[in-house]
Write a protein that binds this ligand. Structure first.
Ligand SMILES: Cc1cc2nc3c(=O)[nH]c(=O)nc-3n(C[C@H](O)[C@H](O)[C@H](O)COP(=O)(O)OP(=O)(O)OC[C@H]3O[C@@H](n4cnc5c(N)ncnc54)[C@H](O)[C@@H]3O)c2cc1C
Ligand code: FES
Length: 265
């Protein structure tokens, strides 16, 4: 894990208030696994002082070499508002890859992936990684949910990777008019996957964890907590460990991907 002054390769709108940014990165990012993240700072900028965490959305690979990373981000505050104005050849400061990503058992055949809103970001890397590892994705299913049509991200990326995508919106403006966990549970009831992976709002992850527990399916979730340092120094990203009162895990070092059974929901 090293700090790097990265060059912006592109920065394009990916939906209302959402962008994809391509960033140059050093060689060691070639070992990054899906679910890992970077801390990003606006080089030369004094405010905001702290870097912000972003999942690696995908690796940019040319001639077999990892030359960059892509992030998918929603504009919510100071850093992201400034980030969306960055142009190719501008610089940003990145630190990573950080944290623990998804642990993919060998022989994995059937995986269900559930994403809510910008939670789709690390899941594209996950499915791309499975494809690069030549995992047969014919039994892989992706469930994407959003409040409204504009919140649905990465549908085309998953389709291009050859996986079946199920869409839901809370307001019925696209796909099924329900929560994303609804078709997910129906699919699990019909045929249990080997692994469930999810990233999205905490309420959604809690529901996915409940479905996994009810049906006895292994489940890994990527959680979002506030992070000040991303490296285990500030202890600000503590989450409660299940079954052990007053015991905490730290999202930046022990996660952000956890087995759903590790966490108190
Ligand atoms: C491991 C990890 C991976 C992440 N990956 C992505 C990603 O791929 N794409 C993406 O768009 N965002 C991602 N996030 C969230 C992202 O870090 C925040 O959106 C970002 O820090 C906002 O920075 P800002 O300066 O623009 O907003 P701020 O001015 O810092 O905050 C604006 C608003 O967003 C809220 N907020 C800030 N950080 C978080 C957070 N971590 N969780 C929930 N609410 C928050 C604040 O409470 C405030 O209301 C990730 C967070 C974590 C912990
Ligand atoms: S963010 Fe500082 S310890 Fe996790």
């Amino acid at each position: 894990m090293l700090q790097h002054l990265s060059t912006v390769l592109w920065n394009k709108e990916a939906g209302p208030g959402c962008y994809r940014i391509g960033l140059s990165c050093p060689d060691h990012f070639g070992t990054a696994v899906p679910g890992q993240f970077i801390m990003l700072g606006l080089a030369g900028q004094l405010d905001p002082v702290l870097r912000r965490p972003f999942s690696i959305h995908n690796l940019i690979i040319r001639d077999g070499q990892t030359v960059g990373i892509e992030l998918l981000y929603r504009v919510v505050g100071k850093t992201t508002a400034m980030l969306c104005r960055k142009k190719p050849s501008d610089r940003v400061d990145i630190l990573g890859p950080l944290g623990r990503g998804f642990v993919l058992p060998s022989g994995l055949k059937k995986i269900y992936v559930a994403g809510g809103g910008v939670g789709a970001a690390p899941l594209v890397f996950l499915v791309s990684h499975l494809r690069r590892c030549q995992v047969d994705l014919s039994d892989c299913r992706v469930f994407l949910g959003g409040k409204s049509r504009g919140d649905l991200l990465c549908r085309d990326d998953f389709s291009a990777l050859g996986v079946a995508v199920h869409i839901t919106t809370d307001d019925g403006s696209a796909g099924d008019h329900c929560l994303v966990t609804h078709p997910l549970e129906t699919a699990v009831e019909r045929s249990c996957p080997d692994l469930l992976c999810a990233c999205g709002p905490t309420a959604m992850l809690s529901c996915v964890a409940g479905i996994a527990e009810k049906h006895g399916v292994p489940c890994q979730v990527s959680i979002e907590t506030m992070m000040a340092c991303g490296m285990g120094a500030c202890l600000g990203c503590a989450v409660q460990r299940r079954g052990q009162p007053q015991t905490y895990l730290h999202a930046c070092m022990d996660g952000p991907v956890f087995s759903s059974q590790q966490l108190k929901w």
